[in-house]
Design a protein around this ligand. Structure first.
Ligand SMILES: Nc1ncnc2c1ncn2[C@@H]1O[C@H](COP(=O)(O)OP(=O)(O)OP(=O)(O)O)[C@@H](O)[C@H]1O
Length: 209
C-alpha cells in the first residue's frame, strides 16, 4: 500500500500499555487529527511513525516497505515537528533555520528564507537570539520548516501551541492547501481544528491505565 502504514503497533512505557495492536494508514491527501488526553501516547505514536523510537511490537511501513529499509527516502519526504520548538536559544531565527537546512541537506535561497520569515511575521526579528522571542514567535520559527522543505508527510505534535489567532488561521490554511496538493498530515492538538483546516479524519487515543 502506498503512504504510511502503522501495522499492529504496540507501545509500552513505564509498564503501561499506551496502545495495543494499533493499525491505520496515513495517505497523501489526508489530514488526520490525533486526539487524546495528556499521557495517552500521542507523542509516543508520532515518534514511532518518524522512526525516532521503536514500538514494542508491530511495524511502520512506507510504501509497503519497513521504515528502516527505506529511511533515507522517507526522511526526504518528511517534516516532523515535536511539541518543543526544537530551536537553539542562543542562535537567531535565521541561524537556526540555516543550520537546520544544512543538516537536512537542503538548499534554499536567502530571499526565500526572508519570504518565509515575512509570511510568519518574523521580519525585523531575524537577528534576535530566539531565547528573546515570545513563545508564539518561537513557535513560528519552528513552523517555518514546513515552508522550507518540500515534503509530503507532516507529522506535527501540537503545532498550534502558543500561536495567536492569526497564526492559527495561517497554519490551518496551510494544512488545507497542503492536503489539497497531495500532502499528508497527522497532527495533535488540545484545541479542536476549525473548518478552515479542511476535511479531516479524527483518530482518538484513550488513556489506558
Ligand atoms: N521515553 C520515555 N520513557 C518513559 N516514559 C515515557 C517516555 N516517553 C513517554 N513516556 C510516558 O508515556 C506516556 C505517554 O506520553 P506521551 O508524551 O506519548 O503522551 P501524549 O499523549 O503526547 O501527552 P500530552 O498530551 O501530555 O502531550 C506518559 O505517561 C509518559 O510519562
Amino acid at each position: 500500500m502506498s503512504g504510511l502504514v502503522a501495522d499492529n503497533l504496540t507501545c509500552i512505557k513505564q509498564d503501561r500499555v499506551l496502545f495495543d495492536q494499533l493499525s491505520f494508514s496515513l495517505l497523501p491527501g489526508e489530514l488526520v487529527y490525533l486526539r487524546g488526553p495528556n499521557g495517552a501516547g500521542k507523542t509516543s505514536l508520532l515518534r514511532i511513525l518518524t522512526g525516532l523510537s521503536q514500538p514494542e511490537s508491530g511495524q511502520v511501513l512506507f510504501h509497503s516497505e519497513p521504515l528502516n529499509s527505506v529511511y533515507r527516502d522517507y526522511s526526504t519526504q518528511l517534516v516532523y515537528l515535536g511539541h518543543k520548538a526544537g530551536l537553539n536559544g542562543g542562535l537567531t531565527a535565521l541561524e537556526n533555520l540555516t543550520f537546520w537546512l544544512a543538516q537536512s541537506q537542503l538548499l534554499v535561497s536567502t530571499s526565500r528564507l526572508y519570504e518565509v520569515l515575512e509570511l510568519l511575521g518574523l521580519v525585523g526579528l531575524e537577528d534576535v537570539a530566539v531565547r528573546y522571542l515570545s513563545a508564539g514567535q518561537q513557535r513560528r520559527v519552528a513552523l517555518a520548516r514546513l515552508w522550507l522543505k518540500p515534503s509530503v508527510y507532516w507529522l506535527l505534535d501540537e503545532p498550534f501551541t502558543a500561536l495567536d489567532t492569526s497564526g492559527i488561521a495561517l497554519l490551518e490554511d496551510t494544512f488545507n492547501n497542503h492536503v489539497r496538493n497531495g500532502g499528508a498530515i497527522m497532527c495533535t492538538s488540545h484545541q479542536p481544528l476549525s473548518e478552515r483546516a479542511g476535511p479531516l479524519r479524527c483518530m482518538d487515543l484513550e488513556y489506558r491505565f
